[in-house]
Structure formats: C-alpha cells, structure tokens
Write a protein of this length. Structure first.
Length: 371
C-alpha cells in the first residue's frame, strides 16, 4: 500500500502500475492491494474472537471493542478524505496543509498503545487533547460550498475498511462464526452488490439500500477472508492439500468470470467481478504463503516486513504526516527528477523501505497504534 500510494504521485509510469479507470473493465495489481487489506481483516476475525473468548471477555466487552474499532477507522478515514479535497482554502482560518497535518497526526497520540509505565496524566493529556484537536478541526473546516464542517464523501480507505469490518463482525458474532452461515453472508454480499449495480433494479433508487449494498461490496472480501481462514485453521488436523480452499479459489474466479459481461471489472465502481477476482487472487497468494511458511518452514525472509506487520495502521498514516508536513513548511525532500518514470518507481521502492526502518524505530520506542 505504501508503494502504490507513493507511486500514484509519479508521472509517466506504465498503466499496469496504476489504478485502472472506472470504465476500463480491467484491473492491475494495484487494484488488488485494497482488497487484500479487506481479505486480511476477514482472516484475522476468527483468531481475534477466539483470543478474546479464551481470555474470558464478556459479550459486552467484545461488542464495545468492535464498535470502538470500527468507529475509529471511520473517523480517521473521513478526516483523511477531507484533507485531500472539498475545502475552500480562502475561507479557512487554518491553511489546508496544516489542517491536513493535524488530521493525520492526531490519531497517533489518541490511539497509541502506551506502555504500562507511561505516566497516566500524560497519557490522558495526549489522548483527550488529540480528541479535542479533531473536534476543533471539524469546525475549522470550510467546504467548497461554504458550509462549516466535514462530509463523509467516500469515507476513505480506512473508513471503508471500518464499515466492512463492522457489518461482517456483527454478523459473525450473531451466527457464532459458523462456516455455512459465513458462506451465506458472502453470497448475500455479492447479490446485493450486483443488484445495486443493475440498471432498473427495484431497490436501486433506495438510499438505505445503496448505503448497505455499497458497504456489503467490501464486506464480501472480508467475508471471503473469514471463510478461507475457517477452512484453513478451524479443524483439528490440517489437510496436506486443502481441496476446499482450492475449490473456493476456483469458485471465486468462476463467479467473477460469469459476472464480468454484466458489470465489468472496476475497483472504482466496486463491481462484483472485481471483488471475486480479488478474492481468488488473495486466496491463491495466501495458500502459497501458507505452503511456504507453515509447511516448508521458510520464514526468515518475513523478518524484513515484521516492523510493518507489528504496526500496520501507523505505517499507513505516517506517509500522510510526512506529506502534509512538507507541504505546510514548503519542504522538498527529493528533486523533480525522481517524480516521474523509472527514477520515480525506484524512489517509491526506496521510500517504502525507508518506512519499514522508521517503523522499526517506532516499535522500539513504543509508538504503536492499537484500535
């Protein structure tokens, strides 16, 4: 995600390294990155629930944690989107670049995982102070229509993950994580997505259906992750060849293939073909990683990525902090030569690697975001 986000600002790179246009009926590896996030969220759900139940958490605690996590993702996502566009710079008291810098920075003190020995008064000051700053930023925001306050727009990547997580986890809890029920939920998600994109469908013009089906589009990928996770790990003796997982990978691909003539492949539109092809790709990639790491025990290569794995939300937010800091203070980190073509691609790789080492330092000094 860090690589493709940085690459998005680079000029003159091949189309296969960019998001495909909405009407292209195609997808690149870049269009599969966001679905992979959703798929991973789904794969982690059974582990997270089992861990909390084994710890003895009550239903109230689990529900509370679920709602707080979803709300946090939605809030951060909305602030990120509003920092990008939709404001009237001339009417804002604070410069948009400084507004964006604060919007990206405040989640760090609010949701940081503080050490037990960290002074309580300082922790409360940082957390509640950060919340007050976000509230102030809401009222300092002036839309390009002249209205005060932010609007959700498209919720942002984190916001979409938050909604998809919320829909899926609530359902998972209600059905006690039963495999057949999660498969049924996946089918419902795909059907709702298809109906919402079908011209003349009876439910298409209903705002509540548009809202729900829009988020079920992404919940389909979370549900697919849950299903694959249960097929891999919810059994006493793992199979040497997991035919059920292979079968679902094929089913995802075939479903995407059959729906493509009607809806096309589009990440921007969120078509069912895009979700199903993405689910197939993620399933195949995870099966390969499972074979490589669990069966063949080849794991040392993954140490390079561990700093990000231990702190994924911070490594996603931090490039935005750097971007708005440089914009606010008119700082240019790299020359224009590295903003296009092959040098730009190399810089994107270098930047991603630098961020991994930055995460290593953050982890060492206990700067870790935990929702």
């Amino acid at each position: 995600m860090i690589f493709v986000n940085e690459l998005a600002s680079i000029k003159n790179v091949p189309q296969w390294m960019k998001h495909m246009p909405a009407d292209a009926d195609a997808m690149t590896f870049v269009d599969a990155v966001f679905p992979a996030f959703l798929f991973i969220v789904g794969m982690s759900v059974p582990f997270a629930f089992n861990a909390r139940l084994l710890k003895g958490d009550s239903a109230k605690i689990i529900w509370s944690h679920t709602l707080k996590r979803a709300l946090a993702l939605i809030i951060i996502g909305v602030f990120m989107v509003n920092a990008e566009y939709g404001y009237d710079a001339a009417k804002m008291i604070i410069a948009p670049a400084f507004w964006g810098l604060l919007a990206y920075t405040m989640p760090i003190p609010i949701w940081n995982k503080y050490d037990k020995n960290f002074p309580v008064w300082l922790k409360n000051t940082l957390q509640y102070g950060g919340m007050l700053v976000l509230v102030a930023l809401y009222f300092l925001y002036v839309q390009d229509t002249g209205e005060i306050g932010m609007t959700p727009k498209w919720w942002g990547i984190l916001g979409l993950i938050g909604w998809a997580y919320l829909f899926t986890v609530v359902y998972y809890w209600l059905v006690c994580g039963k495999l057949w029920a999660m498969i049924a939920f996946l089918v419902v998600c795909v059907l709702a997505n298809a109906i919402n994109l079908t011209q003349g469908a009876p439910l298409q013009n209903l705002p509540w259906f548009n809202f729900i089906s829009g988020h079920l589009t992404h919940a389909a990928l979370v549900a697919a992750g849950v299903v694959i996770s249960l097929l891999f790990f919810d059994r006493k003796v793992p199979a040497k060849i997991n035919w059920a997982v292979i079968g679902f990978a094929i089913l995802f691909f075939v479903t995407g293939y059959l729906l493509r003539p009607y809806y096309g492949i589009s990440k921007i539109k969120g078509t069912p073909s895009w979700t199903m092809f993405s689910a197939a790709i993620c399933t195949i990639l995870f099966y390969f990683l499972y074979w490589l790491m669990e069966i063949k025990k080849i794991t040392k290569w993954s140490n390079f990525f561990m700093p990000a794995a231990a702190n994924p939300l911070l490594i996603y937010i931090l490039p935005g902090v750097i971007y708005y800091f440089c914009k606010a203070f008119n700082i240019h980190i790299i020359p224009g030569y590295f903003r296009e073509g092959v040098p730009g691609i190399i810089w994107s790789l270098v930047f991603s690697t630098i961020m991994l080492f930055v995460m290593k330092l953050c982890n060492r000094y206990k700067i870790q975001l935990h929702l």
